[in-house]
Design a protein around this ligand. Structure first.
Ligand SMILES: C[S@@+](CC[C@H](N)C(=O)[O-])C[C@H]1O[C@@H](n2cnc3c(N)ncnc32)[C@H](O)[C@@H]1O
Length: 316
């Protein structure tokens, strides 16, 4: 087989190929390009370009591509070879089993962030509060991943997601609507929890946590395509955690906070209430971990829906 470059100018590299041949050639190019999952990426990209699911792709494997189809595959392939993540090509990413829309201003939700949801639900279940009207805040909500996952599990909970990106907030709002959760979710543009007034029962956050100097060394898929403000945690990576700790102390009042890591090398950190007020050392040790969830312990769950003071409506 003559090898035609995928990103060449002047001709369509997939012209005349069958669907199966295009998929195999794409996988080969992706492998040569050093991508981690070349076959899977090729299958998803060809399927997306053609609007076909896995079964239809297999069934139509011998069909010759139309010119427009070949061009669509070539365009997506060039983007993937430039390291744009597949989820960004699709414009969606699954989190906690929920299909979430993403855009250029939202972090791609990570599977490991689901541990935050698990931890929060474990705490809720410990106290048998799954059916209560819990109040949730997700600071730095991005696509709304954490908040919407929790609302999907807690049928009577209400929540607010904050972010400094209007485009991210619009995306989160659209995701809430698509999941039928709009009635229990609101979104506010503000610096973490700064404009929130109502006390919350559960506070979750996955703030930017990369030390600024380390960003250049990140994988290209992350460095070049996740929004900078979703990554940049300041000089030591802890700016967001410091801000959240200061806001959490007020939002979770009257309890104080106790911050601690789950252990050396752990990928999660927990902030529980009713310990002592966090000092710089506490915060620093907990904040080194990339994912945190924060929970108010001895709380007044009540049955009232949360009324968050309105901030800036992202739809405005
Ligand atoms: C690591 S991303 C997490 C997004 C989402 N929670 C998730 O886990 O997929 C951090 C988010 O914090 C937002 N952010 C950064 N600085 C912020 C600030 N000062 N106040 C509120 N949100 C902020 C970013 O825009 C980004 O959406």
């Amino acid at each position: 087989m003559t090898r035609r470059p995928l990103a060449s100018s002047g001709h369509d590299p997939f012209a005349g190929d069958s669907i199966g041949a295009a998929r195999r050639r794409l996988a080969l190019e992706f492998r040569r390009g050093g991508l981690d999952a070349p076959e899977l990426d090729a299958r998803i990209i060809v399927g997306h370009a053609l609007g076909l699911d896995h079964a239809a792709l297999a069934a139509q494997s011998n069909r010759t591509l139309a010119a427009g189809e070949a061009g669509a595959i070539a365009a997506l392939s060039a983007r993937r070879l430039a390291r744009e993540p597949v989820a960004r090509l699709l414009g969606r990413k699954e989190f906690w089993g929920l299909p979430l829309k993403v855009n250029a201003e939202t972090l791609l939700p990570r599977p490991e962030t689901e541990t935050v949801v698990e931890a929060a639900l474990t705490a809720v279940d410990c106290d048998d509060r799954r059916w209560r009207a819990l109040r949730i805040a997700d600071l730095g909500t991005g696509s709304g991943a954490l908040l919407l996952a929790l609302l999907s599990e807690l049928p009577n909970a209400f929540g607010v997601g904050t972010d400094i990106s209007f485009a991210a907030l619009r995306c989160a709002r659209d995701n809430a609507a698509a999941l039928g959760l709009s009635g229990r979710a609101s979104f506010v543009a503000c610096d973490y929890g700064r404009t929130l007034r109502a006390p919350v029962d559960i506070l979750v956050s996955n703030p930017p946590y990369v030390a600024r100097a380390d960003i250049a060394g990140l994988q290209a898929e992350v460095r070049d395509f996740d929004p900078r403000r979703a990554l940049d945690g300041g000089p030591d990576g802890l700016d967001g955690y410091r801000a959240i700790a200061s806001h959490a102390a007020r939002l979770l009042a009257p309890c104080d906070l106790d911050l601690y890591p789950r252990g050396a090398g752990a990928s999660g950190a927990t902030i529980r209430s009713c310990g002592h007020r966090p000092g710089p050392c506490d915060a620093g040790s907990a904040m080194r971990a990339p994912h945190s969830w924060y929970e108010k312990k001895h709380l007044d769950c009540g049955s009232r829906p949360t009324r968050f003071r309105p901030g800036i409506d992202p739809s405005e």
